[in-house]
Design a binder for this molecule. Structure first.
Ligand code: UD1
Ligand code: CA
Length: 454
């Protein structure tokens, strides 16, 4: 069956009070509308059509070639929005229509709607739910045979119709040809002066087509996001889904309600995650890693059995059985090997730390390389910037850099070399050498006593 999905995303979203289009606000690592687009894609096996309005440029920049586009030049209603996608409605097959602000909609639900419609050879169907408080929603009016005869918007409803608790969820499946035929009959003859997509139902049922109401079992799925309170609520539910599925795949979460993992992150088995951890973007966590409280890890790879405490890790790669933190800051381009230690108050930027190297405390490693098993003392600075340009420092393997050393780039320290504590190194140090680059200590006997007595 050929089914195309149409995602309606031309609404204005004024209640977000934002410069960002509503559908691009993010929840659990994806834009609101991206959740819908992905579900639609999975359900139909093809690129959905995104109906965009005023914010077309920004939305296009975000989705690029992942979707097809239709332009609704003026927001004249949901029916008018679908008319804008008319060019995609030619030929046989079905169109699934879904609002773009329902991030919790599942691919299975869209697929079930489309499958039931095709299986029963129906002209149209829609998802409905029975709710205690139907205020604001379109009410589903059923005929004697159980089919839907029309949908009445809350503002157009009589008191009797308002007493109906079955509501339209704004998720439909139509035979494309019948949809086009119905769209052509729409008029803005209602309380809001809009072209209502819902009026297509009345037209088709009037033509003798049975329009089926398909139940949506999970009321979270059709939750729309209109303001930032609903955004937070939807994000929380999405995180709940992500965390549940991770726990079922073998991840331990000490407090899943306070663990923030994007949909795009992948996590191995037997990983333990403490509260207050945020994992973003393309992050990958290896088996058995332990993420202690309070870290933010974005677009980074953490190797198996590595532990991270209270650290910020951005665009970095860390090997296996390494310990990071507490309070380490790994900036883009940091590549740390296996069996390493990156301790407290260490900042690394665009630098490679080879296997077994240790950078334990209070150190800045910028634009450099540290060889295998080298030990970097406390408070070492890779001085990478002369005020004009950045330069690199290369330290070989099995070297020892004493505490409070400044390595002024560009400079190279050979394998096995030692740098005395407090040295400021401006020239290369050959392998196995000892470098002492500081003035010799001089003690002046009795100096302090004489000064006091003066
Ligand atoms: C709509 C339904 C209502 C249903 C409710 C469920 C209609 C007429 N009514 O009402 O029966 O109970 O959803 O939430 O459809 N849109 C555009 N362009 C427009 C107008 C809307 O793209 O000019 C998009 C919106 O971005 C949104 C969807 O269509 O994704 C629904 O529009 P909205 O105005 O929110 O309809 P409701 O009044 O909520
Ligand atoms: Ca709405």
């Amino acid at each position: 069956m050929d089914t195309i999905a149409i995602v309606l995303a031309a609404g204005e979203g004024k209640r977000m009070k934002s410069d960002t289009p509503k559908i691009l606000h993010r929840a659990a690592g994806k834009a609101l509308c991206e959740w819908v687009v992905d579900a639609a894609c999975e359900a139909t096996g093809q690129k959905p059509v995104l109906v965009v309005g005023k914010a077309a440029d920004t939305v296009k920049e975000y989705f690029g070639g992942r979707v097809l586009y239709a332009h609704q030049t003026e927001p004249l209603g949901s029916g008018h929005a679908v008319m804008a996608a008319d060019g995609y409605l030619e030929g046989d097959g079905y169109a699934v229509i879904v609002a773009g602000d329902m991030p919790l909609i599942r691919a299975e639900t869209l697929k079930r709607l489309a499958d039931e419609t095709a299986r029963d050879g129906l002209g149209a169907s829609l998802l409905t739910a029975v709710v205690p408080d139907a205020f604001g929603y379109g009410r589903v009016i059923r005929g004697e045979n159980g089919g839907v005869v029309r949908i009445v918007e809350h503002r157009d409803a009589t008191d009797e119709q308002k007493a109906i608790h079955e509501i339209n969820l704004s998720i439909y499946c139509f035979q494309k040809a019948l949809l086009r035929e119905a769209l052509a009959t729409l008029t803005p003859d209602n309380a809001q002066g809009e072209y209502y997509l819902t009026d297509c139902v009345e037209y088709l049922s009037g033509k003798g087509h049975y329009v089926k109401a398909v139940s949506c079992y999970d009321n979270d799925e059709w939750m729309g996001v209109n303001d930032r309170c609903q955004l937070a609520e939807a994000a929380k539910k999405l995180r709940g889904r992500i965390n549940r599925s991770l726990m079922l795949s073998g991840v331990t979460m000490i407090d899943p309600d306070n663990t923030y993992i994007d949909a795009t992150v992948s996590i191995g088995q037997d990983v333990t995650i403490y509260p207050g951890v945020t994992l973003e973007g393309g992050t990958v966590i290896g088996n058995g890693a332990v993420l202690y409280p309070g870290s933010r890890i974005a677009d980074s790879t953490i190797g198996a059995y590595t532990t991270v405490q209270n650290s910020v890790i951005l665009n970095a790669v860390i090997g296996e059985r390494t310990t990071v933190g507490p309070y380490a800051y790994l900036r883009p381009g940091s590549v740390v090997g296996s069996g390493c230690r990156v301790g407290d108050f260490v900042e690394i930027k665009n630098a490679q730390i080879k296997d077994g190297a240790k950078v334990s405390h209070l150190t800045y490693v910028g634009d450099g390389e540290i060889g295998e098993k080298t030990n970097i003392g406390c408070g070492v600075v890779f001085v990478n910037y002369d005020g004009k340009k950045k330069s690199r420092t290369v330290v070989g393997k099995n070297a020892f850099i004493g505490c409070n050393v400044n390595l002024i780039a560009p400079v190279t320290v050979g394998d096995g070399a030692y740098i005395a504590a407090g040295s400021t190194v401006t020239h290369d140090v050959e392998e196995d050498a000892l470098c002492v680059a500081r003035s010799r200590q001089r003690n002046i006997e009795g100096w302090a006593k004489r000064r006091r007595e003066e």
